[in-house]
Ligand binder design. Structure first.
Ligand code: ASP
Ligand code: MG
Length: 442
């Protein structure tokens, strides 16, 4: 059975929901994972933020606006009064539930419960639509099987047991729907797999049921070889390895949640990125194979802060880096890039929430310099077999650009360079011209 995940824009309007039917109704048995309608989770976040700040009026306004949007969608979505009524009743009950939190104390638990409503609503709307059109389908509630443990990791034992039980209940149905993103935690409370987590849901399910393929459907044809926001003439990469895709997803390419393909990688289940607007396009296929050596793609990640710690205490000392890293651990700040010299270490972070604390603590070791407004350019490919020449080609292409850090050899699938964001476009273009355009001419 294939697993197909459709993102927020693929279920974002009544028309898109109707169009989804053509994509999922055919002979192939499949499990369809849906995100919330585009914008809904963002609105839910706004609601919870207003409630945390005790701005109940603001929260109520957002709730009212969102409900109106759903009422309009329902009106457009169903042909019959009967199903319109049913859907309105369903929406009313979800919104009554959300409103109930505007008069209660506000907690993390309640926040998660509100965030879960988006996926509960989108799946119910789609299931109703299939029912209205007499298409046989079943909705299995993710909250009955998807679960994370105390560390926030998927509880595979629990999920396997409970997913199989849910699937057993609907045996014989070829079209099964469930919610992405939402789950329960170790205490059975409503939780989620973090923003963008529907991809992760699809991948976890795919790995458990040993799916022949997990498809992630969005609005683009797949990974492109450079960032189309800045570069013309980018092309879709038709095949990538799991390692290459993970690097690309992490460093910029927004198409896929970076950790989402890990479960599929572990079970060697192919992941295909597909476009709902061009369903016949084969998209990008991600597998355990390395289909071609060399450079495949360039991605960029902005909003990076570089932190340099210079300390003579580092000279010939051991344990220095551990103490440095410990500070980042205490402040739950993850590190993207590291370069070291004998007397200094440079680190990059993308989440500056605790930057002041980190800076203060690091100050105890030596001189700390902070540079904001940086971008990581990540060049992805398979450099393993032939390690010659790639670094040189990349640096040659960037010869006009001031480079702040270079990271090579961390994995054989990526070379990263840190530059000031003001040089980003020029750097992407220079790399594109030298690494890809030349290739096409040859
Ligand atoms: N609806 C959730 C979000 O917006 C999950 C997802 O779309 O993958 O983050
Ligand atoms: Mg997404």
């Amino acid at each position: 059975m294939k697993v197909l995940k459709f993102g927020g824009t693929s279920v974002g309007t009544s028309d898109r929901l109707k169009a989804l039917i053509d994509l999922v109704v055919n002979e192939e048995p499949k499990l369809v994972v849906l995100s919330a309608m585009a914008g809904t989770t963002d609105s839910m976040v706004d609601i919870t933020e207003s409630l945390y700040q005790n701005k109940k009026k603001d929260a109520t306004n957002i709730i009212d606006k969102l409900q109106k949007k759903y009422n309009k969608t329902i009106d457009e979505l169903y042909a019959s009064e009967e199903w319109k009524k049913k859907a309105i009743k369903m929406i009313d009950s979800h919104f009554a539930y959300i409103r109930s939190f505007t008069i209660k104390v506000f907690t993390k638990l309640q926040e998660k419960a509100i965030l879960a409503q988006g996926e509960l609503i989108s799946t119910a709307l789609f299931h109703y639509l299939l029912n209205e059109q007499n298409i046989d389908s079943a909705l299995i509630p993710a909250l009955n099987f998807m679960r994370i443990d105390k560390d926030g990791e998927p509880d595979y034992f629990y999920i396997t047991e409970n997913l199989n039980r849910e699937l057993e209940k609907v045996k014989g149905t070829e079209l099964i729907i469930t919610q992405g993103y939402i789950c329960r935690n170790a205490y059975g409370e409503i939780d989620n797999l973090k923003r963008g987590g529907s991809d992760y849901t699809a991948s976890i399910i795919g790995s458990i049921i040993q799916s022949e393929e997990v498809q992630i459907w969005t609005d683009i044809n797949g990974f492109r070889n450079n960032d189309p926001r800045y570069i013309d003439n980018t092309v879709v990469i038709r095949e990538l390895s799991f390692d290459e895709a993970a690097e690309l997803a992490y460093f910029g390419a927004k198409i896929l949640h970076p950790t989402s393909i890990l479960p599929c990688k572990e079970k060697n289940i192919p992941v295909r990125l597909k476009n709902t607007l061009e369903p016949d396009d084969p998209g990008t296929l991600i597998t355990g194979k390395y289909f071609e050596q060399g450079i495949k793609a360039i991605a960029v990640k902005d909003g990076i802060t570089a932190i340099k710690i210079k300390s003579t205490r580092m000279l010939l000392a051991y344990g220095f880096l551990r103490r440095v890293f410990e500070i980042f651990e205490i402040y739950k700040t993850s590190i993207d890039m590291i370069t070291t010299s004998e007397i200094a270490v440079s680190i990059t972070i993308d989440d500056p929430t605790y930057l002041n604390n980190v800076e203060k603590e690091l100050g105890k070791f030596g001189i700390v310099e902070i540079e904001k407004g940086q971008s990581i350019i990540c060049i992805v490919g398979d450099f393993l077999a032939e390690r010659k020449g790639y670094a040189m080609k990349i640096l040659e292409a960037l010869k006009e650009i001031p480079i702040r850090m270079i990271s090579y050899g961390g994995s054989w699938y990526n070379i990263s360079v840190l530059i000031g964001t003001q040089h980003k476009k020029q750097a992407l273009q220079a790399l594109h011209d030298s690494l890809f355009n030349q290739k096409q001419i040859n």
